[in-house]
Design a protein around this ligand. Sequence first.
Ligand SMILES: [Zn+2]
Ligand SMILES: [Zn+2]
Length: 167
Amino acid sequence: MLVNLSNIFTRGETEKQLDLEFDFSNENVSYDAAFEQPVKTRLFLKKGSGETFIELTVQATAQCSCAKCLKLFDKEFSFTQEFIVTPADLTDPDSEIPVNSNNILDVKQLVLQELSLEIPSTMLCKEDCQGLCPKCGRPKEENCGCQLEERVDPRLLILKQLLDNDE
Ligand SMILES: [Zn+2]
Ligand SMILES: [Zn+2]
């Protein structure tokens, strides 16, 4: 989806709103999140003198797998980001906004870029996920009942006792 920022505003217009949907099911946004459902995007553009103000709102649901217990779960991503496209951005290859010298904004690229920034480096089904039982491999929350003997070096036992008393 390309938007020409030079002619998106018709005569006398200073604002424009675009509601777009993107299919990211074949995009590698992240190894840890699969976007099977359409990604809803709202692009609000405001014309300045030379620059263009952009407000990007993204709503998406991804199927993720927990880094600790490997369970699959749905995670919602919902965020708004603001950008200003200045004439300098059009020729700057390091610009954070995907625009080219013809004032063409690659909206899909922008959404992909911002969405991937929202994905945490460690994906957990919930913050206090207990992970898997090292003995039977089932989620610890299922209370498998495994007895996990703690092997403690006798030399460290005294230290451990001190630490335990400290709690
Ligand atoms: Zn988990
Ligand atoms: Zn177990």
